[in-house]
Write a protein that binds this ligand. Sequence first.
Ligand SMILES: C[S@@+](CC[C@H](N)C(=O)[O-])C[C@H]1O[C@@H](n2cnc3c(N)ncnc32)[C@H](O)[C@@H]1O
Length: 266
Amino acid sequence: MTTSVPTAEDGKRSVWKDSGLVDSYLRQTRKGVPLAQIQLDVMLRVIAGSKSGTLHRERPVRNFLDLGCGDGILAATILEKYPDAKGMLVDFSMPMIQAALRKLKEYSRSVHFSSVDYTDPSWFDIVSTHAPFDVIVSGFSIHHQSHTVKQQVYTDIFDLMEPGGIFMNIEHVSSATPRIEALYDEYFIDSLWANQLTDNDAQTRAQVAAAYHKREDKQENILASVELQCEWLRRIGFVDVDCFFKIFELAVFGGRCPEVSGDEAA
Ligand SMILES: C[S@@+](CC[C@H](N)C(=O)[O-])C[C@H]1O[C@@H](n2cnc3c(N)ncnc32)[C@H](O)[C@@H]1O
């Protein structure tokens, strides 16, 4: 396992570089994400492709990128199914990279880490040394960027992939209206509350709701609708773009790089 020298510590400020926030995200928020296992299963299913037809993929995953990897939950899911794959994991938070190093200990020979900020123009060249990727995944990360930067990141992802490669984003997207956003908030709070009921220091639902509404990372959310983001992906050149799963503001969407120029968008 190799980790490039941290360069991002003096770069952009972010709550994600704070070890206290990372700890509470990994112990509480991530574990309370509603239907999290289904999101991962859908991601794997699209990556695996169909047994026949144009989405047929003969090869197992060989070389993947996990963008904004956090503790490596998406990478671990891929490596469990494809133990011979190699992975590059990018995250500008050293506490997150440390958590990922622990989670992926058994895959230490197959993974490489970079602490580069993927909004910094240098990131593309750094990551290119490991490209092209046959799979690129990201989990709950790109929504922290402005819409302009999101589109640049999606373009960079497209340019880092090999023909036929799959991009899957498990992402926090916007609700259609404030009323639907309120429904989503209640749904997430119920899930967080239920998830911690067996803890020794379990909180009341009101306490969980108060913490949810004032959590620090909320201020870094810049949400876009899944429809808009799928449209961006199509414009960039991805094909087979779809939202494969969505429950309120939690969406699993992505697309495929054409095999050859002229590969038909469906
Ligand atoms: C909500 S966490 C999600 C972590 C993990 N992918 C998951 O599914 O649990 C968002 C992650 O994206 C990382 N991140 C956000 N913006 C980033 C950037 N510009 N460059 C690198 N990492 C970034 C944060 O440090 C954090 O680990």
